[in-house]
Write a protein that binds this ligand. Structure first.
Ligand code: HEM
Length: 322
Protein backbone atom coordinates (compact mmCIF):
# COMPACT_ATOMS: atom_id res chain seq x y z
CA UNK A 1 0.00 0.00 0.00
CA UNK A 2 1.35 3.40 -0.92
CA UNK A 3 1.85 6.11 1.71
CA UNK A 4 0.97 8.92 -0.67
CA UNK A 5 -2.26 10.75 -0.06
CA UNK A 6 -4.83 10.36 -2.83
CA UNK A 7 -5.42 13.66 -4.69
CA UNK A 8 -9.15 13.70 -3.85
CA UNK A 9 -8.32 13.28 -0.13
CA UNK A 10 -5.65 15.99 -0.34
CA UNK A 11 -8.21 18.27 -1.96
CA UNK A 12 -10.67 17.68 0.90
CA UNK A 13 -7.99 18.37 3.50
CA UNK A 14 -7.26 21.64 1.74
CA UNK A 15 -10.94 22.57 1.86
CA UNK A 16 -11.11 21.63 5.54
CA UNK A 17 -8.06 23.71 6.30
CA UNK A 18 -9.73 26.67 4.64
CA UNK A 19 -12.97 26.10 6.51
CA UNK A 20 -11.31 25.96 9.94
CA UNK A 21 -8.94 28.83 9.19
CA UNK A 22 -11.90 31.01 8.29
CA UNK A 23 -13.29 30.57 11.79
CA UNK A 24 -9.92 30.79 13.52
CA UNK A 25 -9.79 27.07 14.26
CA UNK A 26 -6.96 24.60 13.97
CA UNK A 27 -7.55 21.71 11.54
CA UNK A 28 -5.00 19.49 13.32
CA UNK A 29 -7.02 19.54 16.56
CA UNK A 30 -10.19 18.63 14.70
CA UNK A 31 -8.40 15.76 12.95
CA UNK A 32 -7.34 14.51 16.38
CA UNK A 33 -10.98 14.62 17.41
CA UNK A 34 -11.90 12.56 14.37
CA UNK A 35 -9.20 10.06 15.19
CA UNK A 36 -10.40 9.48 18.74
CA UNK A 37 -14.12 9.62 18.00
CA UNK A 38 -16.21 6.46 18.43
CA UNK A 39 -18.19 5.28 15.42
CA UNK A 40 -21.79 6.38 15.59
CA UNK A 41 -24.31 3.66 16.39
CA UNK A 42 -28.02 3.51 15.72
CA UNK A 43 -28.86 3.35 19.42
CA UNK A 44 -26.80 6.41 20.27
CA UNK A 45 -28.13 8.38 17.33
CA UNK A 46 -31.78 7.95 18.26
CA UNK A 47 -31.10 7.88 22.01
CA UNK A 48 -32.85 4.55 22.25
CA UNK A 49 -31.99 3.87 25.89
CA UNK A 50 -33.32 7.25 26.97
CA UNK A 51 -36.42 6.82 24.83
CA UNK A 52 -37.22 3.43 26.30
CA UNK A 53 -36.66 4.64 29.83
CA UNK A 54 -39.44 7.22 29.62
CA UNK A 55 -42.44 4.92 30.04
CA UNK A 56 -42.86 4.84 33.79
CA UNK A 57 -46.22 3.51 35.00
CA UNK A 58 -47.55 4.76 38.32
CA UNK A 59 -49.37 1.50 39.10
CA UNK A 60 -48.71 -2.21 38.66
CA UNK A 61 -51.50 -2.66 36.03
CA UNK A 62 -49.76 -3.88 32.85
CA UNK A 63 -52.04 -1.94 30.51
CA UNK A 64 -50.99 1.39 31.96
CA UNK A 65 -47.80 1.05 29.92
CA UNK A 66 -49.87 1.04 26.72
CA UNK A 67 -51.61 4.23 27.87
CA UNK A 68 -48.38 6.10 28.57
CA UNK A 69 -46.62 4.87 25.45
CA UNK A 70 -49.48 5.75 23.11
CA UNK A 71 -49.71 9.25 24.58
CA UNK A 72 -45.99 9.69 23.99
CA UNK A 73 -46.28 8.42 20.42
CA UNK A 74 -49.07 10.94 19.84
CA UNK A 75 -47.01 13.78 21.31
CA UNK A 76 -44.13 12.89 18.96
CA UNK A 77 -46.49 13.11 15.99
CA UNK A 78 -47.80 16.42 17.35
CA UNK A 79 -44.20 17.58 17.36
CA UNK A 80 -43.79 16.64 13.70
CA UNK A 81 -47.05 18.41 12.87
CA UNK A 82 -45.93 21.62 14.59
CA UNK A 83 -42.60 21.34 12.77
CA UNK A 84 -44.44 21.52 9.43
CA UNK A 85 -46.87 24.25 10.50
CA UNK A 86 -44.00 26.46 11.63
CA UNK A 87 -42.33 26.13 8.24
CA UNK A 88 -45.46 27.39 6.49
CA UNK A 89 -45.68 30.27 8.96
CA UNK A 90 -42.04 31.23 8.36
CA UNK A 91 -42.20 30.81 4.59
CA UNK A 92 -41.73 34.02 2.62
CA UNK A 93 -42.13 32.70 -0.93
CA UNK A 94 -45.82 31.94 -0.56
CA UNK A 95 -46.43 29.32 -3.21
CA UNK A 96 -49.28 26.83 -3.24
CA UNK A 97 -46.83 23.99 -4.01
CA UNK A 98 -44.89 24.48 -0.79
CA UNK A 99 -48.07 24.94 1.23
CA UNK A 100 -49.64 21.75 -0.18
CA UNK A 101 -46.55 19.68 0.47
CA UNK A 102 -46.39 20.73 4.11
CA UNK A 103 -50.12 20.36 4.81
CA UNK A 104 -50.12 16.94 3.15
CA UNK A 105 -47.41 15.88 5.57
CA UNK A 106 -49.52 17.12 8.47
CA UNK A 107 -52.49 15.22 7.05
CA UNK A 108 -50.42 12.05 6.79
CA UNK A 109 -49.42 12.34 10.45
CA UNK A 110 -52.99 12.91 11.52
CA UNK A 111 -54.13 9.97 9.42
CA UNK A 112 -51.73 7.74 11.32
CA UNK A 113 -53.07 9.08 14.63
CA UNK A 114 -56.68 8.61 13.58
CA UNK A 115 -56.11 5.10 12.23
CA UNK A 116 -54.15 4.02 15.27
CA UNK A 117 -56.54 5.31 17.92
CA UNK A 118 -58.04 1.85 18.30
CA UNK A 119 -54.85 1.00 20.19
CA UNK A 120 -56.62 2.99 22.91
CA UNK A 121 -60.23 2.13 22.13
CA UNK A 122 -59.79 -1.64 21.88
CA UNK A 123 -56.30 -2.26 23.14
CA UNK A 124 -56.64 -1.94 26.90
CA UNK A 125 -58.55 -3.85 29.51
CA UNK A 126 -61.40 -1.64 30.74
CA UNK A 127 -61.25 -2.84 34.33
CA UNK A 128 -57.53 -2.15 34.53
CA UNK A 129 -58.04 1.28 32.96
CA UNK A 130 -60.73 2.25 35.44
CA UNK A 131 -58.40 1.38 38.28
CA UNK A 132 -55.06 2.78 37.19
CA UNK A 133 -56.64 6.06 36.03
CA UNK A 134 -57.39 6.84 39.66
CA UNK A 135 -53.64 7.20 40.21
CA UNK A 136 -53.43 9.75 37.41
CA UNK A 137 -55.83 12.36 38.83
CA UNK A 138 -56.09 15.22 38.01
CA UNK A 139 -53.89 14.81 34.90
CA UNK A 140 -55.65 14.69 31.53
CA UNK A 141 -54.78 14.80 27.83
CA UNK A 142 -56.65 18.09 28.09
CA UNK A 143 -53.31 19.43 29.33
CA UNK A 144 -51.51 18.58 26.07
CA UNK A 145 -49.85 21.90 25.24
CA UNK A 146 -48.82 20.66 21.81
CA UNK A 147 -52.46 20.07 20.89
CA UNK A 148 -53.19 23.68 21.91
CA UNK A 149 -50.18 24.86 19.92
CA UNK A 150 -51.47 23.15 16.79
CA UNK A 151 -54.69 25.12 17.24
CA UNK A 152 -52.92 28.43 17.86
CA UNK A 153 -50.60 28.00 14.88
CA UNK A 154 -53.49 26.97 12.63
CA UNK A 155 -56.05 29.70 13.18
CA UNK A 156 -56.74 33.05 14.90
CA UNK A 157 -57.94 32.90 18.51
CA UNK A 158 -61.31 34.31 17.39
CA UNK A 159 -62.05 30.91 15.80
CA UNK A 160 -61.23 29.10 19.04
CA UNK A 161 -63.63 31.03 21.24
CA UNK A 162 -66.40 28.85 22.69
CA UNK A 163 -69.28 28.32 20.31
CA UNK A 164 -71.87 30.34 22.22
CA UNK A 165 -69.75 33.52 22.33
CA UNK A 166 -67.85 33.13 19.06
CA UNK A 167 -70.00 35.41 16.92
CA UNK A 168 -69.84 38.23 19.48
CA UNK A 169 -66.01 38.01 19.68
CA UNK A 170 -65.48 38.04 15.93
CA UNK A 171 -64.17 41.62 16.01
CA UNK A 172 -62.40 41.39 19.37
CA UNK A 173 -58.69 42.08 18.97
CA UNK A 174 -57.28 41.78 22.46
CA UNK A 175 -55.50 38.44 22.69
CA UNK A 176 -55.91 38.45 26.49
CA UNK A 177 -59.68 38.82 26.20
CA UNK A 178 -59.94 36.18 23.49
CA UNK A 179 -57.68 33.80 25.40
CA UNK A 180 -60.01 33.91 28.40
CA UNK A 181 -62.92 32.80 26.25
CA UNK A 182 -61.30 29.90 24.40
CA UNK A 183 -63.56 26.85 24.16
CA UNK A 184 -61.38 24.60 26.27
CA UNK A 185 -61.22 27.13 29.08
CA UNK A 186 -64.98 27.43 29.08
CA UNK A 187 -65.29 23.63 28.99
CA UNK A 188 -63.26 23.29 32.18
CA UNK A 189 -65.02 26.09 34.07
CA UNK A 190 -68.20 25.68 36.10
CA UNK A 191 -70.69 27.98 34.37
CA UNK A 192 -72.60 28.81 37.56
CA UNK A 193 -69.74 29.42 39.99
CA UNK A 194 -67.01 30.43 37.51
CA UNK A 195 -64.71 27.99 39.31
CA UNK A 196 -62.01 26.42 37.13
CA UNK A 197 -61.07 22.74 37.44
CA UNK A 198 -57.71 22.03 39.07
CA UNK A 199 -56.62 20.48 35.75
CA UNK A 200 -57.19 23.81 34.01
CA UNK A 201 -55.64 25.89 36.78
CA UNK A 202 -52.45 23.85 36.67
CA UNK A 203 -52.31 23.99 32.89
CA UNK A 204 -52.74 27.77 32.88
CA UNK A 205 -50.08 28.26 35.52
CA UNK A 206 -47.62 26.16 33.55
CA UNK A 207 -48.34 27.25 30.00
CA UNK A 208 -50.20 30.59 29.75
CA UNK A 209 -47.05 32.68 29.21
CA UNK A 210 -45.86 30.35 26.45
CA UNK A 211 -49.23 30.26 24.71
CA UNK A 212 -49.68 34.02 24.87
CA UNK A 213 -46.21 34.48 23.42
CA UNK A 214 -47.04 32.19 20.50
CA UNK A 215 -50.47 33.79 19.99
CA UNK A 216 -48.80 37.21 19.84
CA UNK A 217 -46.09 35.96 17.51
CA UNK A 218 -48.54 34.47 14.97
CA UNK A 219 -51.26 37.11 15.41
CA UNK A 220 -51.22 37.85 11.67
CA UNK A 221 -49.47 34.78 10.33
CA UNK A 222 -51.40 31.66 11.35
CA UNK A 223 -51.97 29.04 8.65
CA UNK A 224 -55.35 30.72 8.11
CA UNK A 225 -53.67 34.09 7.47
CA UNK A 226 -50.94 32.55 5.31
CA UNK A 227 -53.61 31.03 3.10
CA UNK A 228 -55.53 34.31 2.78
CA UNK A 229 -52.30 36.17 1.99
CA UNK A 230 -51.49 33.96 -0.99
CA UNK A 231 -51.70 35.51 -4.44
CA UNK A 232 -55.20 35.01 -5.87
CA UNK A 233 -54.14 32.32 -8.35
CA UNK A 234 -52.42 30.24 -5.67
CA UNK A 235 -55.35 30.66 -3.30
CA UNK A 236 -57.73 29.05 -5.75
CA UNK A 237 -55.58 25.97 -6.13
CA UNK A 238 -58.05 23.10 -5.70
CA UNK A 239 -55.44 20.76 -4.22
CA UNK A 240 -54.51 23.31 -1.59
CA UNK A 241 -58.12 23.91 -0.63
CA UNK A 242 -58.68 20.17 -0.37
CA UNK A 243 -55.53 19.72 1.76
CA UNK A 244 -56.62 22.48 4.16
CA UNK A 245 -60.13 21.09 4.45
CA UNK A 246 -58.69 17.65 5.18
CA UNK A 247 -56.45 19.15 7.85
CA UNK A 248 -59.43 20.89 9.45
CA UNK A 249 -61.65 17.79 9.34
CA UNK A 250 -58.84 15.54 10.57
CA UNK A 251 -58.15 17.60 13.69
CA UNK A 252 -61.57 18.96 14.47
CA UNK A 253 -63.78 16.04 13.50
CA UNK A 254 -62.02 12.76 12.80
CA UNK A 255 -59.35 12.71 15.52
CA UNK A 256 -61.83 14.09 18.06
CA UNK A 257 -64.32 11.39 17.19
CA UNK A 258 -61.80 8.60 17.59
CA UNK A 259 -60.82 10.13 20.90
CA UNK A 260 -64.48 10.40 21.85
CA UNK A 261 -64.80 6.70 21.02
CA UNK A 262 -62.17 5.98 23.66
CA UNK A 263 -63.96 8.14 26.23
CA UNK A 264 -67.18 6.24 25.52
CA UNK A 265 -65.57 2.84 25.75
CA UNK A 266 -64.06 3.52 29.16
CA UNK A 267 -66.15 6.22 30.79
CA UNK A 268 -69.69 5.61 29.61
CA UNK A 269 -72.07 3.64 31.79
CA UNK A 270 -75.64 2.56 31.07
CA UNK A 271 -76.72 4.81 33.88
CA UNK A 272 -74.69 8.02 34.04
CA UNK A 273 -70.95 8.07 33.37
CA UNK A 274 -67.59 7.79 35.08
CA UNK A 275 -66.20 11.25 35.74
CA UNK A 276 -63.20 12.29 33.64
CA UNK A 277 -59.78 12.78 35.25
CA UNK A 278 -59.74 16.38 33.98
CA UNK A 279 -63.13 17.05 35.52
CA UNK A 280 -64.92 18.34 32.41
CA UNK A 281 -68.47 17.41 31.53
CA UNK A 282 -66.90 15.30 28.79
CA UNK A 283 -70.10 14.28 27.01
CA UNK A 284 -70.72 17.95 26.31
CA UNK A 285 -67.10 19.01 25.97
CA UNK A 286 -65.66 16.44 23.58
CA UNK A 287 -68.14 16.11 20.67
CA UNK A 288 -67.02 18.15 17.65
CA UNK A 289 -70.63 18.94 16.79
CA UNK A 290 -70.99 20.81 20.08
CA UNK A 291 -67.73 22.73 19.93
CA UNK A 292 -67.78 23.37 16.18
CA UNK A 293 -64.13 24.33 16.09
CA UNK A 294 -63.06 25.09 12.52
CA UNK A 295 -59.63 26.36 11.57
CA UNK A 296 -60.80 27.52 8.15
CA UNK A 297 -64.51 28.42 8.39
CA UNK A 298 -64.17 30.26 5.07
CA UNK A 299 -63.53 26.93 3.29
CA UNK A 300 -66.79 25.29 4.39
CA UNK A 301 -70.31 25.87 3.11
CA UNK A 302 -73.08 26.84 5.53
CA UNK A 303 -74.58 23.36 5.16
CA UNK A 304 -71.24 21.72 5.95
CA UNK A 305 -70.83 23.90 9.03
CA UNK A 306 -74.33 23.02 10.16
CA UNK A 307 -73.56 19.29 9.86
CA UNK A 308 -70.11 19.57 11.52
CA UNK A 309 -69.32 16.19 13.06
CA UNK A 310 -72.99 15.31 13.47
CA UNK A 311 -73.31 12.07 11.55
CA UNK A 312 -70.43 10.72 13.55
CA UNK A 313 -71.79 11.58 16.94
CA UNK A 314 -74.75 9.36 16.23
CA UNK A 315 -72.33 6.69 15.08
CA UNK A 316 -70.24 6.93 18.24
CA UNK A 317 -73.24 6.83 20.53
CA UNK A 318 -74.45 3.71 18.74
CA UNK A 319 -71.13 1.87 18.63
CA UNK A 320 -70.44 2.64 22.28
CA UNK A 321 -73.67 0.90 23.19
CA UNK A 322 -72.64 -2.33 21.41
C1 HEM B 1 -58.47 5.73 26.89
C2 HEM B 1 -58.01 6.81 26.31
C3 HEM B 1 -58.50 8.19 26.58
C4 HEM B 1 -59.57 8.63 27.31
C5 HEM B 1 -60.62 7.80 28.05
C6 HEM B 1 -59.55 10.08 27.25
C7 HEM B 1 -60.48 10.90 27.89
C8 HEM B 1 -60.50 12.27 27.81
C9 HEM B 1 -61.48 13.12 28.43
C10 HEM B 1 -62.64 12.64 29.27
C11 HEM B 1 -61.17 14.40 28.11
C12 HEM B 1 -61.92 15.67 28.55
C13 HEM B 1 -61.10 16.41 29.58
C14 HEM B 1 -61.22 15.79 30.95
O1 HEM B 1 -62.18 16.09 31.64
O2 HEM B 1 -60.33 14.99 31.31
C15 HEM B 1 -60.01 14.37 27.27
C16 HEM B 1 -59.43 15.47 26.68
C17 HEM B 1 -58.35 15.42 25.83
N1 HEM B 1 -57.55 14.32 25.59
FE1 HEM B 1 -58.02 12.41 26.06
N2 HEM B 1 -58.49 10.48 26.49
C18 HEM B 1 -57.82 9.36 26.07
C19 HEM B 1 -56.69 9.33 25.29
C20 HEM B 1 -56.01 10.44 24.82
C21 HEM B 1 -54.81 10.41 24.04
C22 HEM B 1 -54.05 9.16 23.60
C23 HEM B 1 -54.47 11.68 23.78
C24 HEM B 1 -53.25 12.11 23.03
C25 HEM B 1 -52.46 13.08 23.41
C26 HEM B 1 -55.48 12.54 24.36
C27 HEM B 1 -55.52 13.92 24.28
C28 HEM B 1 -56.55 14.70 24.74
C29 HEM B 1 -56.73 16.10 24.37
C30 HEM B 1 -55.85 16.92 23.43
C31 HEM B 1 -57.87 16.54 25.05
C32 HEM B 1 -58.51 17.91 24.91
C33 HEM B 1 -59.52 17.81 23.76
C34 HEM B 1 -60.22 19.10 23.42
O3 HEM B 1 -59.88 20.16 23.92
O4 HEM B 1 -61.17 19.04 22.58
N3 HEM B 1 -56.41 11.75 24.99
N4 HEM B 1 -59.60 13.08 27.11
Amino acid sequence: MSDTIQPEIAERIKQLEKKFKNSGQDLGSYLDGLLYDRYLTYWDYIHLDTLLSLQIPRTHFPDEEIFITYHQITELYFKLIIHELKQIIDDKLQTATFFIEKINRVNRYFRVLIDSFDVMIKGMDREQFLQYRMSLLPASGFQSVQYRMIEIYATPLQHLVNEKERASFEKEESLEVLYDHLYWKSGATDIKTGEKTLTLKQFEYRYTPRMMRIAEQVKNSTIYHKYLDLPEKEKNNAQLIEALRTFDANVNINWLLMHMGAAFRYLNKDKGEVSATGGTNWKKFLPPSFQKIMFFPNLWSEAEKEEWGKQWVTHQFNTAKK
